[in-house]
Design a protein around this ligand. Structure first.
Ligand code: HEC
Ligand code: HEC
Length: 459
């Protein structure tokens, strides 16, 4: 089920977005094909030799401590209901009828999310990569799964993921239920050989037997695991930020700089053309897919697309798409792997910008370390490539303007995560003060144009 109904909540009501003449972000530039070399990314790293009892695989906070922190943010597990300020009618469209999320289902999902036994070797839980103490991500460029294997994609946050119309960077899963079934059996995430093996890993546990009977009226099943996990994730609503108090009329809730950033976001910086943050889009995404050039730095898209079409002609199942996205160099094709549509080459889902300060590094490949790097990427007009979204062009933002948009983004973190947000702001500011690898003033200020640059330098 894909929720498409309008959002009628009071949250963000009264936001008056600047009238925008440039919102049409659908024009696609087309030019010759780019011929750059293939990246050499390690597909897998040798096992780092962690024992099954390691509490902190890949640097995650111990599961019991994560659960404690979560309890301070959420209290006891409650049934899935529309949060304050979100229209119940809209919210109902986000919850599949067959997975309503009773309090017992949510409680079960909250336990399963931290359950390492769901992985092949008992070392990796959902919360290894979606760690409560690290913005519900792993804060690594690329994820690490069972046996220390490194994947192709960055772990996004699960906070507010319930609001997306599709799941994953390429939208290949439609619901949170469909999504939850994939990492458990993906060979390099949690590595279970089959859904049955995942069920068997917990089905002998009498507590789980009892909890499944209470929640679903039957024994442990894979559907039940996915439904419980999704129900738990529908309670991860984190939309209570200083920015929301600002919109509600408390002008001083965010700094002058952040207010200036909000104006730029809606104006000169053009962010709002894709990151629509308004009453219908509380998390700041248009739920669409765009090539903003992140994956264009090293790709020969045509060669990749040719190989993808050949592979998918043999097997176009959801498991196959998952493997290509997670483990193969075809990952960089993004949405194309799902749709095989030319316009989707190198296109990824517009990421939400809620709580964005605490989920570095950024983008589907984790290639941008700080929000300043993100601004540098956009300011120079992304990376030129034949499939670049027409909404991406040099912005000519000054340093002060970049700082303002960054300050605005740091005002979008929920109060329950304020400490993480402040620590990240300090950390990222420090990093950015010594290193701005994506900054290119001559492109940003349009002294040269991306197209010219590409013809002159071949990149
Ligand atoms: C080994 C690391 C790892 C584990 C374990 C893991 N994930 Fe993820 N998760 C990722 C990565 C990487 C992505 C993005 C993959 C992609 O888009 O291709 C992701 C994406 C997601 C998304 C989509 C969010 C969005 O913005 O589209 C959700 C929801 C999610 N994971 C929930 C879970 C759940 C539930 C579990 C446990 C069953 C889990 N994850 C286990 C790494 C992990
Ligand atoms: C043409 C559409 C478009 C425009 C315009 C746009 N974005 Fe994005 N944004 C995206 C897409 C698509 C992604 C994911 C791209 C990827 O991972 O390859 C993204 C990702 C991001 C991320 C990374 C989030 C994360 O958790 O990794 C941030 C931050 C962001 N955008 C902020 C901005 C800001 C600030 C602006 C304005 C300067 C802006 N965006 C303009 C489409 C857009």
């Amino acid at each position: 089920m894909i929720p498409r109904l309008p959002y009628g909540g009071r949250l963000l009501a009264g936001v008056c977005l600047t009238a925008l003449g440039f919102v049409g972000a659908d024009a696609w530039l087309s030019a010759g094909s780019s011929a750059t070399s293939q990246p050499k990314r390690a597909l897998a790293q040798p096992d780092k030799g962690k024992g099954a009892d390691a509490e902190e695989t890949h640097g995650a906070l111990a599961m019991d401590q994560q659960l404690e922190r979560l309890a301070t943010m959420l209290g006891d597990p409650k049934s899935v209901v529309a949060p304050p300020g979100v229209s119940p009618t809209f919210f109902a469209t986000l919850v599949p009828k067959e997975s309503p999320g009773t309090a017992a289902q949510v409680a079960l999902g909250r336990k399963l999310f931290f359950e390492k036994r769901l992985s092949r070797d008992g070392t990796v839980a959902c919360a290894t990569c979606h760690d409560v103490s690290r913005g519900f991500t792993d804060q690594r460029p690329l994820f690490e799964g069972v046996g220390g294997q490194v994947g192709r994609r960055n772990s996004p946050t699960v906070l507010n993921a319930l609001f997306f119309h599709t799941q994953f960077w390429d939208g290949r899963a439609r619901t949170l239920e469909d999504q939850a079934k994939l990492p458990i059996v993906n060979p390099i995430e949690m590595g279970q050989p089959t859904p049955e093996a995942a069920v068997a890993s917990i089905a002998g546990d009498q507590e789980y037997q009892r909890e499944f009977r209470t929640a679903f009226g039957h024994e442990v099943t894979y559907e039940g695991i996915a439904s419980a996990l999704a129900s738990f994730e529908r309670t991860l609503v984190f939309l209570d930020a200083p920015f929301d108090r600002f919109l509600a009329g408390d002008v001083k809730a965010i700094s002058d700089e952040a207010r200036e950033g909000w104006a730029l976001f809606n104006g000169k910086a053009r962010c709002v053309s894709c990151h629509q943050l308004n009453s219908s889009n509380p998390i700041g995404t248009d739920n669409r897919f765009h090539n903003i050039g992140v994956s264009a730095r090293h790709q020969d898209f045509e060669e990749l697309a040719k190989r993808a079409l050949k592979t998918l002609a043999e097997d176009d199942s959801s498991e196959k798409q998952d493997k290509l996205a997670i483990e193969s160099d075809l990952s960089e094709l993004g949405r194309f792997v799902v749709t095989k549509n030319r316009a989707d080459v190198g296109a990824f889902k517009t990421e939400q910008i809620r709580n964005v300060g605490i989920s570095p590094p950024y983008m589907h490949d984790g290639s941008l370390g700080t929000l300043w790097d993100v601004m540098d990427h956009y300011n120079k007009g992304g990376e030129a490539n034949p499939y670049l979204d027409g909404g991406i062009e040099p912005l000519a933002l000054s340093e002060a303007e970049i700082d303002s948009v960054v300050a605005f983004m740091f005002s979008l973190t929920d109060d329950r995560l304020r400490e993480q947000n402040e620590a990240q702001l300090t950390r990222q500011r420090q990093l950015a003060s010594s290193k701005r690898p994506f900054r290119d003033d001559s492109l940003a200020s349009r002294k040269v144009y991306p197209f010219e640059r590409r013809l002159q330098t071949g990149r």
